[in-house]
Design a protein around this ligand. Sequence first.
Ligand code: HEM
Length: 409
Amino acid sequence: MALSRCVTPILLCLLLVLTLGTAGSAQSVRPPEAPAEAGSQTLEDILARQNGEGAARSARDLSTAMPAPDGLPLGTRGAASDSDLWQALRFGTADVSVSAGGPTARVIMQDGGMWWLQARRTIADYGGWLLLGLIVFLALIRIIFGRIKIHGGRSGQTILRFTDLERFGHWLLASSFLLLAFTGLFSIFGRNGLIPFLGKDAYSTLAIGSKWIHNNVSWAFMAGLVIIFIFWVGHNLPARGDLKWLLRGGGLLTGNHVPAKKFNAGQKLVFWAVILLGASVSVSGLSLIFPFEMPLFAKTFASLNWTGLPQLMGLDTLPEQMSAQEEMQYAQLWHAIVGFLMMAIIIAHIYIGSVGMEGAFEAMGDGDVDLNWARDHHALWVEEVMARKADPPAPPANDPAAPDPAPQA
Ligand code: HEM
């Protein structure tokens, strides 16, 4: 009985030591070697950091795990107290050993994360107001100017505007973009905007589903982007008349329409914005889907510094060295900025392609538009189509119905 009373605590201690030892082999954290010179975090350091001034780190870096100065009592764990350890972790000076994951996994706490969190909130605020402001603006335009009507009313005759394949590309892009936009908004506003209404459990299910949809639907978006690029790039190159169209706003509000080809200058701007911003949001999204595999920003910043552009704009030199975590933070911020810009452009596009303009939706609905609508907005394109119909292409050379070629001399 007496023996078992002694053995039980000894076994428990052994078990505890073994458990801690095994955990330590997966990831162990030691405060760094004591530096040669001592410094310490001062009240000024703390106040400056709280004011967002980013206190000099050198003193704080030195202050991690120092031996206790002569004559002063030791901390609770000797020279290396808990606060020393947390400081060392925070400023990346702790000697962390990991069994997998390389240098990236050694960063347990990242000081730059606070800046990123703040920037993310700012982008969400400005982005949210941009979208809300635009919706109010478009509602006012609709109330003040009404719907853009077809000049002279419908003719009753139609003309094919987009083929099935073109419309497939457009709707693949549009439906995937809408899913990405809503799930993206859930993830950026969900914590503050949805948890109060849905509760944490329901929001957690929504957030997990949202993330799954966001990551997987992105492939359909990229495919749609490639398809519309291939179909429409030829019609979206700059042409004579584009500037006139832009200066007069296409005559959309006055009814004095500026003649345009298949796409007018306003549509060309939408097309290139969708292609360029879409490509950029895709690349930064890929960098987020494959963490630490596609660092983009240190190299981009180095190229920008080389051009001298940041200095011209009165900015500091952009950082060319950054940790893998900082790369991810920049990718997330850029992804959010480009996402908000695209959403704003697309809200305006959806307005004009549906409730804002009579006869426009049919182009992407069944593909045929009223001839008078086409003459209003794309008069030069109608002329081209009519000319092609009136002048059918020459039959192939080996066609038996073809007239004999002119005799050769
Ligand atoms: C879901 C609502 C949408 C509607 C109702 C809509 C409607 C339309 C219509 C009617 C056109 C043809 C305009 C014409 O005949 O000239 C068009 C073209 C186009 N759409 Fe959409 N669209 C929607 C969403 C999107 C989205 C989400 C994107 C891209 C992310 C997009 C990108 C484009 C592009 C690039 C064009 C060609 C350029 C232009 O007409 O501005 N659309 N859309």
